[in-house]
Design a binder for this molecule. Structure first.
Ligand code: K7E
Ligand code: RUQ
Ligand code: CUA
Length: 630
């Protein structure tokens, strides 16, 4: 069985660290015993395998993946963690959605994180990106946008929970989002896609489009506050940062400022806006900003003619914007043009000094196929661009595309691979950092059509895994996903260090612990009821398989807050608190405190139970709330 054989060799290969070719000789001896083959047969098959053996895609039961993938959950509003290369879903992180299992959006701790948008239960995430130090992932945070409600959230990677969320003022529809790569992620950058009047108070004319703007948003990554915004001409779509700590680039597909589809696709060229961070920070310090809509966020003027920005015309309605992993280029993806535009980052200083014209910064414009949306990079000078309309990935060589632009006769296209179907984003392993390793490529296909068992009119999408380690791209896995991973990022497992149990001083439940303290309660030992007028606070512990409190009494109409502290210290022994018939449930992982508030609006006996399987007597882990109608 040649498949099994190559699997075995691969597994040995990676564990021994032997070179692939070097191992084959030894493998021939070892494998010859197990596989009944003649020597000649074996030699022939080993030869084909030598060409075939590439990345090992098999992750056997009990084995761990080499990479974490952080997946946008699109309009499901969550993030998903996948293992790569197995493509197994490892965890979901609720962010903008409400989650029944964990109580995200229901618990007081999650409502505090959601802040002013705690009442919003929907979201549309597109772009998850991890914080960096000097162009390397640092495993600290993952940031993500909510296009639907103009929000940005942060996930703490030590606990894999959302810990901050902000609504961006003065704008609508936060779309493209990336992080500052160098010297570190001081800022998260994101684009407001939809154009609105600068003072959007419904008092001045709403039809006068000349008052409409889109803003570029710069967020302080630690404080999670908008540091400043930059007003531009045209709208903004996707964005990325350089590896020098100076420039950001964003695509604009509606330079026309059209309000209807017809009006938005008139111009043959739209543009890429380049932002000079140093100039922006200087302007900010000098107080050269305005404020709008009764908030204090400083808005800088980066419209045409300003020294904060430059506008580089590129063909029709560009979409994705990607920085090459060698730090040399911004690539703007054509969408309505079959080309991508390669912008030399080295030339941008001259552009800002007006030594060259905007179009002089373009060093290549390779023609790749129909509907280029996003580009990813390996560590061998190749780029991989999704072709939405052609349902293909085009692999092309960047330096050769530049030579072709200079008039040389070279074929910069390396390969076109069919994907299934209509890919949006793609992503290479660590490809948006200096550690691009050219091993894996993910193609996030918007349509799956016939690739899976039919499940009704609503289809899953298809996230395909492609081995790019050899000269040829190879499709190795189809993965159905639920609406709608726009984007993902892939980070080596060595960079992510999640905790196994919570530490008691965690800020996520610090406020709840402080509330208990004010009530004279030590949540780590006490099981107590505090009555405060119409409010009742019930503090209980949990140790498998029992809550610290078997019952408690409240009055009909009381506002009840239940605070549960899980005293179990054993990894994976998570409890839950679920009150029947009240829509109340939450997760309480080892050493965590969680709380939830509800109105006791049903009289009589109301059972609560543990809804996370924790023990052989998990079913018995329950208690009664007595609600008296007197
Ligand atoms: Cu191309 Cu929102 Cu990044 Cu979707 S965006 S594909
Ligand atoms: S019980 S082991 Cu709900 Cu059948 Cu779970
Ligand atoms: Cu505790 Cu189930």
């Amino acid at each position: 069985n040649p498949t099994e054989l190559s699997g075995e060799i691969n597994a040995e290969d990676s564990s021994n660290g032997l070179s692939r070719r070097g191992f084959l000789g030894a493998g021939a001896v070892a494998a010859a015993g197990a596989v009944p083959m003649t020597a000649a047969m074996f030699a022939a098959s080993a030869k084909t395998q030598a060409a075939e053996i590439r990345n090992d895609t098999s992750v056997h039961p009990g084995e761990l993946d080499e990479y974490y993938g952080f997946w946008s959950g699109g309009h499901s509003g969550e993030i998903r963690i996948l293992g790569i290369p197995s493509m197994r879903e490892l965890m979901r992180i609720p962010v903008f959605n409400t989650d029944s299992a964990t109580g995200w959006g229901l618990t007081n701790e999650s409502k505090r994180v959601k802040g002013d948008s705690a009442h919003i239960h929907a979201g549309d995430c597109h772009h998850p990106h991890m914080s960096m130090t000097d162009g390397h992932y640092n495993g600290k945070y993952v940031f993500i946008n909510d296009k639907a409600n103009s929000r940005v959230a942060r996930v703490r990677c030590d606990v894999m929970k959302t810990d901050k969320m902000i609504t961006i003022p003065n704008v609508q529809a936060i779309h493209g989002l990336r992080v500052q790569k160098v010297p570190y992620t001081k800022y998260v950058i994101c684009n407001a896609e939809f154009e609105i009047p600068m003072n959007n108070d419904g008092k001045s004319s709403m039809e006068d489009v000349s008052t409409y703007r889109s803003l570029f948003n710069v967020i302080d990554a630690e404080a999670m506050e908008v540091a400043f915004q930059v007003m531009v001409d045209g709208n903004l779509d996707n964005t990325d940062a350089d590896y020098d700590g100076r420039f950001f680039a964003s695509t604009c597909y509606n330079s026309e400022m059209g309000m209807t589809l017809g009006e938005m696709v008139v111009a043959e060229r739209d543009h890429v806006v380049i932002f000079d961070l140093h100039a922006c920070e200087k302007a900010l310090k000098a107080g050269k900003f305005k404020t709008y809509n009764d908030n204090k966020v400083p808005v800088l003027d980066g419209t045409k003619g300003s020294n904060l920005t430059r506008y580089i015309p590129v063909p029709k309605s560009p979409h994705g914007l990607n920085t090459s992993s060698d730090g040399k280029y911004f690539v703007a993806n054509g969408k309505l043009s079959p080309t991508v535009s390669v912008i030399s980052i080295k030339k941008l200083a001259d552009l800002f000094d007006d030594k060259i014209k905007p179009r002089d910064a373009i060093v290549a414009e390779p023609e790749l196929g129909l509907g280029p949306l996003h580009t990813a990079f390996d560590n061998r000078g190749n780029a991989y661009t999704t072709l939405f309309l052609d349902s293909q990935i085009a692999k092309w060589n960047v330096e050769e595309a530049i030579e072709a632009y200079q008039g040389k006769k070279v074929n910069y296209i390396r390969q076109k691979l069919d994907v299934h179907y209509q890919p949006g984003h793609n992503h290479t392993s660590q490809g948006e950092t200096r550690d691009a390793d050219g091993k894996w490529l993910i193609s996030l296909c918007k349509f799956s059509k016939d690739r899976f068992l039919p499940v009704g009119p609503l289809h899953p999408e298809n996230d395909q895994l492609i081995d790019i380690s050899g000269d040829e791209m190879k499709l190795v896995h189809d993965g159905p996903t639920y609406a709608e991973p726009h984007d993902c990022m892939i980070v080596h497992r060595s960079k992510v260090k999640p905790k196994k149990v919570w530490t008691r001083d965690d800020p996520i439940f610090a406020e709840t612990v402080a509330m208990a303290k004010r009530d004279g309660v030590n949540v780590e030992s006490d099981n107590k009821i505090i009555r405060d007028g119409n409010k009742v606070r019930v503090y209980m512990t949990s140790v498998a398989p029992a809550f610290g409190m078997n019952d408690f009494k409240v009055k009909l109409g009381n506002e009840v807050t239940v605070v549960v502290t899980n005293l179990d210290k054993i990894e994976d022994v998570t409890h839950g608190f679920c009150l029947t018939n009240h829509g109340v449930q939450m997760e309480v992982a080892p050493q965590a405190t969680a709380s939830i508030t509800f109105i006791a609006d049903k009289p009589g006996v109301q059972w609560y139970y543990c809804n996370w399987f924790c023990h052989a007597l998990h079913m018995e882990m329950r208690g009664r709330m007595f609600v008296s109608a007197e």
